[in-house]
Design a protein around this ligand. Structure first.
Ligand SMILES: Nc1ncnc2c1ncn2[C@@H]1O[C@H](COP(=O)(O)OP(=O)(O)OP(=O)(O)O)[C@@H](O)[C@H]1O
Length: 227
């Protein structure tokens, strides 16, 4: 199995409660979970990434246990070896493109400028055609360039899985199509397991080898297509 997720979490905000009961297993490398706003998709992703601790359950990625409440396992996010791409890309505004990509690789560096020309950074700059804008800052980039920087930064530390939260939501339609094609190529080239949450049917069509539907905190299986 590439993904085994079975988690429970009771979320409370004031007198409102939300019960997350996400359960699925997939042998596919491209799993898409879709559902309306508020269905619980982001909370599930946070649990997989280690940014939210479920009340109980078990999470495995490619046979590696990340969380198991019964066994007392709860790996911290940095040990999970997953890349989490947020909707808004969350690039560091005060770091240029080269430094943003290098951040994950050179975690804890004291002087970003001195160490930023690492061979791996050059590789990713090249792979995503970002070399011409390597010294520019996020606010000086187009939406597509920002998305490519975020993807390069996520992939640079060679994660074992890619988690994507509405990765194209902020892009205009033409760019969205291009970036979908780009992600499609990159995922196939690296053969990296990918879990995407979205409410866009086009994402489901493009990446849903295994499609799951989420409603009111629970997951329903839809279909598993040949890769
Ligand atoms: N920290 C929290 N405490 C309590 N409830 C929360 C918390 N975070 C989210 N929720 C609730 O959990 C539910 C699921 O939220 P979540 O962000 O996972 O939905 P989503 O499916 O990702 O929606 P969207 O597509 O809009 O991002 C919502 O009802 C939300 O109000």
């Amino acid at each position: 199995m590439q993904f085994t997720v079975d988690l429970q979490k009771n979320l409370r905000a004031g007198d409102r409660t939300f019960q997350l009961q996400a359960r699925f297993a997939s042998a596919s490398q491209r799993v898409v979970v879709y559902g309306a706003s508020g269905a619980g998709k982001s909370q599930m992703m946070k649990a997989v990434a280690g940014l939210m601790t479920p009340d109980s359950g078990r999470i495995e990625l490619a046979g590696r246990c990340l969380f198991d409440s019964a066994a007392g396992v709860n790996l911290p996010p940095q040990q999970r070896k997953v890349a989490y791409l947020f909707q808004d890309y969350a690039l560091f505004p005060h770091l240029n493109v080269r430094q943003n990509i290098g951040f994950g690789l050179l975690h804890g560096w004291r002087n970003p400028l001195a160490r930023a020309d690492h061979a791996a950074i050059r590789h990713w700059l090249d792979a995503f055609e970002l070399t011409p804008v390597a010294d520019q800052y996020p606010h000086q980039l187009s939406g597509g360039q920002r998305q490519r920087v975020a993807l390069a930064r996520a992939l640079a530390p060679q994660p074992q899985a890619l988690l994507l939260d509405e990765p194209f939501a902020a892009l205009d339609p033409a760019l969205r199509e291009r970036m979908r094609a780009e992600l499609d190529t990159v995922q196939r080239r690296l053969a990296i397991p990918m879990l995407m949450i979205t409410h866009d049917p086009e994402d489901v069509r493009a990446f849903g080898d295994h499609v799951l539907r989420m409603e009111h905190g629970s997951i329903f299986s839809e279909e598993e297509n040949a890769a």
